[in-house]
Design a protein around this ligand. Structure first.
Ligand SMILES: [Zn+2]
Length: 535
């Protein structure tokens, strides 16, 4: 489809406006509506597992019922021996299945044995660990199979014909492969082949990312309060000293120094480099939330960063993930300072309180007044939202024209979806009828009859969407749509939606891409979306 191409400078300016659509602007849409009760079970992964079982019922360890039975029997034996804590741990090990939301798990850096496991409990603990390892092995086999399950890469000639005829769906299950990889590591944090896929390496007893390994190899030391410090400084930091401009000063003197972004505090976390004119504790809290955002994003959208053939190679133990430079973020101590700083390059800064600025690949945040508990920094959902924009933009080569011509809604939808993360004992859940802005979407759809047809929405470029006077309602709807495409009907469209995002971000999207990828007409998808929210 022909379209007029603005100059690069104009695009950058427009992009700036596009990326300004942030929490403050989006927050006016009733996101705090009363949550509804959670619904029952079964994730897309599990639905896919069902299919796998049909295909290969004899595969070892694939039987989830047998796995649960093993856990039940171990828990019963622990109870019979009076090991109540161990029984409770084993009984709660398997994550409930959800039909309506996604599961994200925390992965320990090593197999942790609770310090209360004594000699009497040790044999049962050993059986539990062995059972987890067997289960991890079976899960890993499924992960590899999912990574292999994609259409063969197209030849150059086929790609040329495709691009002339419009995008063609490319079957893939990369999202499922990555989810299963993480479930493998939850059961067995020492699973070497699974670790190798994510380029985790071992340092001492712990599995760490290659970037962390590089720091450790240089002798750097980490403390959540100070971030990574060059060799030999941590002890003195903990004792109340700070190293500034080539000399040691007391923490009190350092804290008393007024800071600007020209002379900021610096905080380096595993994957972010933060410049901050806000107090160090606020920067540390921002860093921790950004790292959490990465962990969640990798499990939800991680396959976005990989071409299917590349993903398959990785899952077969070939290739390496490149070590990337840290992501850049800036933190200022108040919204007023945020507006003053960001207005220098983004005239619409007044409408936002955070931004991911593509031209400099930097996420900007302001410390917001906290609720009194914990350290005040930017709001967690703002950090997830802008963190998502940053990760999508930088996790692979993307187009500066992403979303300009059409498909812009999906860029915001994916970021809004990241806001829906809810902490759980095993990690987080994302999505669901009661999470994020979905209740507002439901209210607007069912009570007010607000629904922009997907055909119209998918055709909008950034400028048209942002100029739309229905913007708050649109933000509710796109949040509902993200939940539909990721969790609706057992995750049926999840992989297609991730591929759609990839096409939006790489500039290879057309107005009908989503319909083609889902193999449904837009009116069919509109109807299914309505039913999804009306459940
Ligand atoms: Zn946004």
């Amino acid at each position: 489809m022909p379209c007029s191409r603005p100059t690069l400078v104009a695009v950058m300016l427009e992009l700036a406006v596009m990326l300004t659509l942030t929490t403050r602007l989006c927050a006016d849409d009733g996101a705090d509506a009363e949550p509804t009760s959670p619904r029952p079970r079964i994730t897309a992964v599990d639905a896919a597992e069902e299919k796998e079982k049909e295909k290969d019922p004899s595969a070892p360890g694939l039987d989830d019922a047998a796995w649960r039975k093993t856990l039940d029997s171990l828990a019963t034996r622990a109870t019979a021996r009076g090991h109540e804590a161990l029984a409770a741990l084993i009984g709660a090990w398997e994550i409930p299945e959800f039909t309506d939301r996604q599961v994200v798990v925390t992965i320990p850096s090593r197999l942790e044995t609770p310090d209360w496991i004594d000699e009497a409990q040790s044999p049962l603990w050993g059986e539990f660990v062995a059972a987890r390892r067997r289960h991890a092995e079976a899960t890993f086999a499924r992960a590899v199979e999912a990574a292999e399950a994609h259409d063969r890469p197209r030849t150059r000639e086929e790609q040329r014909v495709d691009s002339e005829a419009g995008p063609k769906p490319l079957a893939r299950r990369g999202g499922e492969a990555i989810a299963l990889l993480h479930r493998t590591l939850r059961d067995d944090p020492d699973h070497a082949r699974a670790r190798a896929i994510g380029s985790w390496v071992k340092r001492g007893e712990d599995w760490v990312s290659t970037s962390v390994a590089k720091r450790l190899d240089r002798g750097e030391e980490f403390d959540a309060a100070f971030g990574w410090l060059p060799r030999g400084r941590l002890e003195r930091y903990r004792a109340g000293e700070r190293y500034e401009s080539g000399k040691w000063v007391t923490a009190a003197d350092d804290d008393a120094q007024p800071r600007t972004l020209k002379k900021p505090w610096r905080h380096e976390s595993d994957h972010w480099r933060i410049r901050s004119s806000a107090p160090p504790a606020a920067a540390a809290a921002l860093a921790a939330e950004l790292e959490t955002s990465l962990l969640i994003w990798q499990q939800v959208f991680g396959s976005y960063a990989w071409d299917p053939a590349e993903l398959e190679r990785r899952f077969k133990g070939r290739g390496r993930m490149p070590v990337r430079d840290p992501y850049a973020a800036v933190l200022v101590p108040s919204r007023e300072e945020y507006v003053a700083e960001v207005t220098k390059f983004e005239p619409a800064a007044i409408r936002s309180d955070a931004i991911y600025w593509m031209p400099t690949k930097t996420a900007w945040f302001a410390v917001m007044p906290g609720d009194g508990g914990g350290i005040a920094t930017a709001e967690a959902r703002t950090i997830r939202h802008e963190g998502a924009h940053q990760l999508f933009a930088e996790a692979r080569t993307t187009s500066p024209l992403a979303g300009e011509r059409c498909g812009f809604w999906a860029i915001e939808a994916a970021a809004c979806y990241m806001e829906s993360a809810v902490p759980t004992p095993f990690g987080w859940t994302l999505g669901g009828p009661d999470a994020g802005r979905v209740p507002a979407a439901r209210e607007r759809l069912l009570d007010n009859g607000f629904q922009i047809p997907l055909e119209e929405l998918a055709a909008l470029g950034r400028r048209e969407l942002q100029a739309d006077e229905r913007l708050p309602q649109i933000y509710s709807q796109i949040s509902g749509l993200a939940d539909f495409f990721i969790n609706g009907q057992g995750g049926r469209y999840r992989e297609a939606f991730i591929e759609y995002l990839e096409r939006v971000y790489t500039g290879s999207v057309s107005p009908d891409s989503l319909s083609q990828l889902c193999r449904r007409t837009y009116p069919q998808l509109d109807d299914e979306y309505r039913r999804h929210l009306a459940r």
